[in-house]
Write a protein that binds this ligand. Structure first.
Ligand SMILES: [Mn+2]
Length: 443
């Protein structure tokens, strides 16, 4: 039997040939997703296309909306990165003839003729993000492109695939270091700053609390020298253990195995950096509506670093104040569920992150489903998460409600979201409550 990796490798070889042929004398329109994986995918591809001397333009989108697909130019080669696997029917309906997709999301519809798609789901089922795929793809086109390995690492981290980074074979190639350590970032900055802005895990009494940070540090015996604290990677084993214990005492849901993991360090703008922090910075820029800055930062364009850092600080402050808002907000609470309608108090782009943080905090007991809502134009973005492990399928519950009121659902059984029309607000909440209650009777 063929080895799994071989089949993906073969597929990449075949697809690069097809791409080079398809893009001959054709202008390319590159469309990518606005999250870290999508941005890093685009950054690798842009630099590879420049080298190939291709004519192209770039579009970064938050959602791939149906109407947008219908408006795409028919004469260009449309290159989708980190999206479109779920939009094949629309692509067919739009009559697009030159389409190339590099993506890792689920394919549920029939692949139309004229659509070339590189997706590990079709070959190896290997866990690899779009940035990882684009990296392997571009490296196949030109081995020099292996210098973008660090962007592939950032994209993988953005999609929570740290554990599969080694499959890419980049640790040896891209000047990337791997180290065991505590999974709070940034591991290269002073520890007091890292703890104050730490939202994953959320540490009650420490996150967003300057005094609480000093207390926990005193408790574990870490003192500043010359007014400056050392960084997390500078802690010794004993100090690391003490810190892990202190965090678990404050947040019993934070598990030892989640707190310790691989930290990836890489050179960016000629400085050794924590990959998670870079990944979070890219994410913050995009969620702030500054995907251009995110792209330039990935390409290490002079001046973009300062901009990205400023946005990142603002983003972290928004997250912290969002968490504070949610903790005080009016809640619709029932047995096994809580619904928090933040209306226009929290941006639709960070509501998912906030819900994830809440689901890992000790604020709600295991088995609860947390659902948050945030306005976006004339729509409402909804985000649902399970607290801990349980058998209730949040995706299914949202599907049931959406079937009645209309809208789009995405995600899986423990984390899902949907987009509904604003005028369905009340009906949505009523139906959701009803379904939660029914679900509970069933189990
Ligand atoms: Mn992705």
């Amino acid at each position: 039997m063929e080895k799994k990796e071989d089949s993906l490798e073969k597929e990449i070889k075949a697809k690069t040939k097809e791409f080079l042929k398809k893009s001959e004398n054709k202008e390319i329109l590159l469309i990518s997703h606005f999250d870290t994986d999508g941005i890093t995918s685009a950054a690798i591809m842009i630099q590879a296309l420049e080298k190939l001397d291709k004519r192209f333009s770039v579009k970064i989108v938050k959602y791939l909306e149906e109407e947008m697909i219908y408006d795409l130019p028919k004469n260009k080669l449309i290159l989708f990165l980190d999206l479109a696997s779920g939009s094949l029917d629309y692509i067919k309906k739009a009559g697009l003839k030159n389409v190339f997709i590099i993506d890792h999301h689920e394919i549920v519809q029939k692949i139309p003729d004229n659509v070339a798609i590189l997706n590990p789901i079709l070959t190896s089922k290997e866990k690899i993000s779009s940035a990882g795929l684009v990296y392997l793809f571009c490296k196949e086109i030109n081995p020099e492109n292996k210098r973008f390995a660090k962007l592939a690492v950032l994209g993988m981290i953005g999609d929570i695939m740290e554990e599969s980074i080694e499959n890419l074979g980049v640790i040896e190639e891209g000047d990337i270091k791997k180290k065991k350590g505590i999974m709070i970032y940034s591991s290269t900055r002073p520890i007091n700053r890292a703890l104050e802005y730490c939202s994953q895990p959320y540490i009650p009494g420490v996150t967003g609390n300057f005094k609480g940070v000093l207390e926990i540090l005193r408790e574990i015996g870490i003192e500043p020298s010359n007014g400056k604290y050392k960084s997390l990677i500078e802690l010794n084993d004993e100090e690391t253990k003490k810190l892990v214990t202190a965090i678990m005492l404050r947040n019993p849901q934070a598990k030892n195995k989640d707190l310790i993991g691989n930290i990836f360090l890489l050179k960016f703008f000629n400085k050794l950096e924590d990959a998670r922090e870079l990944s979070a910075m890219i994410n913050a820029c995009s969620r702030f509506g500054e995907s251009g800055t995110a792209l330039r930062f990935c390409m290490e364009v002079l001046g973009s670093r300062k901009e990205a850092e400023e946005i990142h600080v603002k983003h972290k402050q928004h997250l912290i104040s969002g968490l504070k808002f949610v903790s005080k907000a009016e809640k619709i609470q029932g047995k096994g569920f809580v619904i928090i309608n933040t209306r226009d108090n929290i941006k639709d782009t960070i509501i998912g992150t906030i819900t994830s943080i809440l689901s890992k905090s000790p604020l709600y007991e295991e088995g609860t489903i947390i659902t948050t809502m945030a306005y976006y134009e004339d729509k409402i973005k909804v985000s649902s998460r399970n607290v801990g492990m349980n058998k209730r399928n949040v995706r299914e519950i949202l599907d049931l409600v959406i079937k009645e009121i209309g809208g789009e659902v995405g995600g899986h059984e423990s984390a899902a979201g949907c987009m509904i029309a604003r005028d369905k607000e009340k009906r949505f909440i009523d139906l959701l409550k009803k379904n939660f209650e029914i679900e509970l009777v069933k189990i």
